[in-house]
Design a protein around this ligand. Structure first.
Ligand SMILES: Nc1ncnc2c1ncn2[C@@H]1O[C@H](COP(=O)(O)OP(=O)(O)O)[C@@H](O)[C@H]1O
Ligand SMILES: O=c1ccn([C@@H]2O[C@H](COP(=O)(O)OP(=O)(O)O)[C@@H](O)[C@H]2O)c(=O)[nH]1
Ligand SMILES: [Mg+2]
Length: 240
């Protein structure tokens, strides 16, 4: 069972570190009593009930906000398994699966792949791993994604990180990412940003309302940003 020890409260957060929860006042690092985090039983068809309930972190933010970069650091420091929804979809394209063409077209257009496809991929990845702590990066990108995940997996995430980044930084980062991605061009970036604003921000607001959201200021060096992230995880017993 996951326990939060030093509790960086999602309701009260540090103004100095810029870690905060959307629409909440910044009031400093809080130490609270040890308590068990909410554990929901997986529904029928969800992650195998014989396994320990995993600690799930959703990692959200616009295109180029630095999600993947910070996930690599979280893996290194805290031993999570990194599941990038975008990487899983790109793997499906490379493997020429039955959904490959549909996925490629959605990615080129900056649109969202059908939630059943993405959730099944995530479910398979969780079930085939021995780890019990996962970063789900770039998902859920819409309320439909979120609701489908909850229906199929049967749990909510333990926490949600939101990398808050201004558009001018995101566009610069995406256009100099240099990974040969079909969607790293100005036209697809604009579409992705529209989709992010229209469909992903409601998910971020939803988790803020649930007290699960940690907003990270995604401007600064990778290390400066990771310092904020580190504070969030250091408050949980998830250190390697
Ligand atoms: N803090 C940062 N400052 C400058 N460039 C960054 C920073 N964090 C990430 N990058 C770069 O920006 C690009 C996008 O980062 P990435 O982690 O892939 O973002 P996302 O997964 O949110 O799209 C990458 O080329 C990465 O090296
Ligand atoms: O749950 C997801 C995650 C990604 N994508 C698609 O994959 C693209 C790239 O996602 P990724 O997370 O790799 O992009 P990033 O935000 O990291 O630049 C998105 O624009 C979508 O078209 C999707 O449909 N569903
Ligand atoms: Mg990414």
């Amino acid at each position: 069972m996951w326990r939060r020890v030093t509790f960086l409260s999602p309701l009260f957060s540090s103004s100095k570190s810029s870690v905060s929860v959307l629409n909440q006042p910044a009031c400093g690092l809080m130490t609270q009593k040890v308590y068990s985090t909410e554990i929901l039983k997986p529904a029928k068809g969800g992650v195998s009930p014989s396994k320990k309930t995993p600690f799930i972190t959703f990692v959200l933010g616009g295109p180029g906000s630095g999600k993947g970069t910070q996930c690599a650091k979280i893996v290194e420091t805290f031993g999570f398994t990194h599941l990038s929804a975008g990487d899983l979809l790109r793997k499906e394209i490379s493997s020429n699966s039955e959904n490959a063409v549909m996925i490629l077209n959605k990615i080129k257009e900056g649109k969202i792949v059908s939630p059943e496809v993405t959730v099944k991929m995530i479910q398979r990845a969780i079930e085939s791993s021995e780890n019990d702590k996962f970063l789900i990066d770039g998902f859920p990108r819409s309320e439909e994604n979120r609701i489908t995940y909850e229906r199929i997996i049967g749990t909510e995430p333990n926490i949600v990180l939101f990398f808050d980044c201004p558009e001018e930084k995101m566009v610069k980062r995406v256009l100099s990412r240099n990974q040969g991605r079909v969607d790293d061009n100005i036209n697809t970036f604009k579409k992705r940003l529209e989709v992010f604003t229209a469909l992903n921000l409601p998910v971020i607001k939803y988790y803020s309302g649930k007290g699960k959201l940690y907003k990270i200021n995604a401007v600064g060096t990778e290390d400066e940003i990771f310092e904020q992230v580190r504070q969030v995880f250091a408050a949980y017993e998830v250190i390697k």
